[in-house]
Design a protein around this ligand. Structure first.
Ligand code: PRP
Length: 173
């Protein structure tokens, strides 16, 4: 079993704080659009979106990395774009994890091409020591060290995504 790194209670309380902060920051802007990055963001997005106190709509986007070595080359490919029109809207990209930063950097540029009013970023966890490109995370849950983490949307070979906590595994588990 994974070893608990961030408990369910810690996650839920931080999600509530992030939702309050996002709500306060966007109170005067009307509706915001949360763009969840599949697959990993689906649980975080579900919890975060239900705790906001401002009008919001939900979109999804899917990306894939090129080949096995792609995380180091940083090449990201768009698999599924947002379905709704986000032109002129305030957008927040919702990620489970920022690792090298390539995916989020790519997504900011990609969504910018839809001419939204603004694009901000929100991630539950970030591995700061793995960063290869700089990308601002406007709303961050937790900074973590470079370990294999699973749960709350995060997987290892598609396993353990639905754990209510974030846990650490060793690759031999
Ligand atoms: C994870 C995560 C981000 C990306 C971050 O997705 O959800 O999208 O990797 O990595 P980066 O900062 O190095 O670009 P993953 O490829 O594991 O797909 P999944 O969400 O479908 O599990």
């Amino acid at each position: 079993m994974p070893v608990v790194l961030i408990s369910e209670e810690e996650i839920q309380s931080r999600v509530l704080e992030l939702a309050a902060q996002i709500s306060a920051d966007h109170e005067s802007q009307g509706e915001i659009v949360l763009v969840g990055v599949l697959k990993g963001s689906f649980i975080f997005l579900a919890d975060l979106s239900r705790r906001l106190t401002i009008p919001r709509t939900i979109e999804f986007i899917a990306v894939s990395s090129y080949g096995n070595g792609s995380k180091t080359t940083g090449a990201v490919r768009l698999v599924m774009d947002v379905r709704g029109n986000i032109e002129g809207k305030h957008v927040i990209i919702v990620e489970d994890i920022v690792d090298t930063g390539h995916t989020l950097k790519y997504l900011i540029g990609m969504l910018d091409s839809h001419r939204p009013a603004s694009v901000k970023t929100c991630a539950l966890v970030r591995k700061a020591e793995r960063a290869e490109v700089h990308v601002d995370v406007d709303y961050l849950g937790f900074d973590i060290s470079d370990e294999w983490v699973v749960g709350y949307g995060l997987d290892y070979a598609e396993q353990n995504r639905t754990l209510p906590y974030i846990g650490v595994i060793s690759p031999d588990d």
